[in-house]
Design a protein around this ligand. Sequence first.
Ligand code: FES
Length: 119
Amino acid sequence: MPKFEHHIFICQNTREIGHPRGSCNSDGKSELLKRFKESVKKYGLDGKVRSNKAGCLDHCEHGPTVVIYPEAVWYGGVKAEDADEIVKSLVESKTVGRLKLKESCINTPTCEHKPKKSS
Ligand code: FES
């Protein structure tokens, strides 16, 4: 079996309503994951691109959050209707600039969107 060319990790973490960190799958319905799976089929990428359910990706403040490997392209504020555009961008070897997280926000405690810790 050939290797997957891309893995799309879609945060599916659900926290209780009102949690200070929020969550990417707040209603627990996994609509975003479903839409990515549908988009992968639509573009004929079964076996090449895999949509993976992920737990919290520690970018809750940017959620719903999606990351694509091996490119390590991070997207935030992703809506179900964005799935087609993101999957299509893989076909075209492009990215969706309007949804990409800024480099200064990725895996850094100095991200301007991180909640400030109270002392
Ligand atoms: S809940 Fe999705 S990144 Fe944390």
